[in-house]
Design a protein around this ligand. Structure first.
Ligand SMILES: [Zn+2]
Ligand SMILES: [Zn+2]
Length: 287
């Protein structure tokens, strides 16, 4: 049963998948229980909006909902006494409430967002960034928590790739899974998913459109055109001949390298072969 559920959620290694599939072909009771597991998973998903995630949460008062209009775009903000729980550009209030209920299993009451939280939202959307955003993730999965916390480590005014993020949480092969978590970020702007871009160029997908992402990055001081130029030339890292340190192109340290000392790399192997070690600040690749 455990392996059957793991098969459904794609957690089995290919060899194990083969074994389980082979077993299912010949074992009627397991084949039926796979069907049961799938039905159960669907049923639980369907119930999710109505069921509070935990007693602790259901005992608390409803979370707050406010609309911040001094930003471009205006946004809905949901918050608890521990911090901001969800942000979304304005659309209908009902849509936001539904999205919130689905995510947190809780309802919202209109009240005003505390000033410290409001200031963080305004700064983040204005491109000022917020080093230590007051975010309340609530109860989230381990992968999601790792990814969101790693996103918080991408400095203001810099960008990283999806593979950097996967490497940062110690799962270098889970790039697709990591990208999916980034796309589901419920606290955009504050948890800077806009600072993750595809290594092959462009700004990549963004819930609020590529133009919004480009604008936000530009407001943070990222030279998006330069990034695209580097991507076209397939330049992944920039090093300094004097320090023998390699960086991601937007690392603050890389931007300080003088032209005559600058050397570019198209991949990890090239950098390592050249005797370069990864910058400790931007961690472009594993040491
Ligand atoms: Zn069986
Ligand atoms: Zn660096």
């Amino acid at each position: 049963m455990i392996k059957i559920d793991a098969l459904r959620t794609g957690e089995l290694k290919p060899a194990e998948q083969g074994e389980v599939h082979e077993h299912l072909r010949t074992c009627r009771s397991c084949d039926e229980s796979l069907g049961d597991v799938e039905r159960l998973a669907r049923a639980v998903k369907a119930l999710a909006p109505a069921v509070p995630r935990s007693l602790r949460e259901s005992n608390a008062i409803a979370d707050g909902l406010d609309r911040v209009t001094e930003t471009q775009p205006a946004v809905w903000v949901a918050f608890s006494d521990r911090g901001i729980r969800m942000i979304h550009p304005s659309g209908p209030e009902e849509e936001f409430r539904t999205r919130y209920a689905r995510r947190h299993g809780r309802s919202l009451t209109r009240r005003s967002l505390p000033k410290t939280l409001r200031d963080q939202v305004v700064a983040a959307l204005a491109g000022g960034g917020t080093a230590r955003p007051a975010v309340d993730f609530g109860e989230i999965g381990k992968l999601e928590e790792e990814v969101l916390k790693a996103l918080l480590r991408v400095p203001h005014g810099e960008v990283r790739s999806y593979s950097w993020l996967a490497q940062e949480i110690g799962r270098p092969k889970a790039v697709r899974a990591v990208a999916n978590v980034v796309a589901r970020n419920f606290v955009p702007f504050l948890v800077p998913c806009h600072r993750i871009v595809p290594a092959q160029g462009g700004v990549g997908r963004y819930g609020f459109g590529g133009d919004a992402k480009r604008a936000l990055l530009a407001r943070e001081g990222v030279d998006v055109e330069r990034l695209e130029r580097l991507a076209r030339e397939q330049i992944r890292f920039i090093g300094s001949r004097t320090t023998r340190v390699a960086c991601v192109p937007t690392c603050r340290d890389a931007r300080r390298i003088r032209d005559k000392n600058r050397v570019v790399f198209h991949g990890v192997r090239e950098a390592v072969k050249g005797g370069f070690r990864p910058c400790r600040r931007c961690r472009p690749f594993a040491a």
